[in-house]
Design a protein. Sequence first.
Length: 316
Amino acid sequence: MTVQFEILKEIKKYDRIIIHRHQRPDPDALGSQVGLAEILRETFPQKEIYQVGETVEGLRFLAEMETIDTQLYEGALVIVTDTANSPRISDERFKLGEKLIKIDHHPNDEPYGDLVWVNTKASSCSEMIAEWALMFPDEVSINARAARLLYAGIVGDTGRFLYPATTPRTLEIAAILMSYPFDASALNREIEQMPMKVAKLSGYLYQHIQVDKNGAGKVILTHELLTEYGINDSETASIVSLPGVIDEVLAWAIFVQQPEGYYRVRLRSKGPIINELAKKHHGGGHPLASGASAKDLNEVAQIYDEIKEACRSYKK
């Protein structure tokens, strides 16, 4: 019995299913979470299906979250999508369900859940959810709402199909999802567009990025700077990929200072492996896209030195 079939079997058992994803969600987190919720509502209209977690203002065009009573977790199936480790799950009540399923495409370095499906070769968790639904055409139904969300998740995590994780199967699934009646072009524009204040921050990034001789890039965004631009942490996500268009940049980090003083570290690479580096600094992720934390500027400097070394070794 495959894990995908076991997941379907468990879903059939429960009358109430509550779906979580990670904190500070991106399009793939919301796409996989709410895309799965919409699939289950379409397939099992008699079941109670809920999507929970904090709402991100800039992604309201994708989906809204639901506020539910804690008592609903009693006897419920909980599914967590797109979340590598349990501390990152949005809404700690995920522990209160009767059974927990993890569906993810990040390395399974910190396992959790009673039933786990991890596919690190998938471009996104949204691709996995779509693949799962397509495996059971006689038992599981996708509607236009689900297709729109899953397509958004795939587009978001592949950088509009530019990243190496994009496979022929990724494009096949995206094509299938586009066959449903939603405006893919309009959705692409919504994912891509940014507020003027973020566009101005992009200019700051290009003017202040530091790049060493081996292509290691660094930008520090202080809390004072973000306040000056009127930008919160979640809005910085849309500028993380920007250094990648610079031909001299091979791997880079954007250090975003939080109100508490520490730095959220967003790591990206065109070749050097960076997730092992991230693990050393309370983080993790994909080989070419990871996140970490730095408690102060000394740790910021240490992380940048490690990126320099990764780039230097890669170029040997």
